[in-house]
Design a protein around this ligand. Sequence first.
Ligand SMILES: [Zn+2]
Length: 128
Amino acid sequence: MITLYVEENNPITPCFYNSVLNNLQFHQLKCPCGQSGCLSVHGYYNRYVKTEDGKVMFRICRVKCDQCGRTHAILLSSMVPYSQISFQDHLQIITAHEKETLSSITLSSALSFDESNFRYIIGMYLKH
Ligand SMILES: [Zn+2]
């Protein structure tokens, strides 16, 4: 996986993701194996992220390294690997948990997911 760092105030929308990819200099990307200039587009897959506007589909780009042969998904820093919940929302839930102000009812209505999502995020946070 390759994470592209974006400002937190950027919207987490497919349009924004696509514009970042369109402006990306693929030859300047570095593979986790340490090589640069060896990545080319390998394909795309669909991934969903829960946002204020509901579940939104992203067309995630995969690149392949011609040095190590591995493929990597390109994600934005506002996305959390293996999670449909954005980094911002993770932070909001963890902050509320730390401050012991977590009320899943208030948060659920503000965000668009249920209590099992909260328990999972807090569990992962405590584990790591
Ligand atoms: Zn590589």
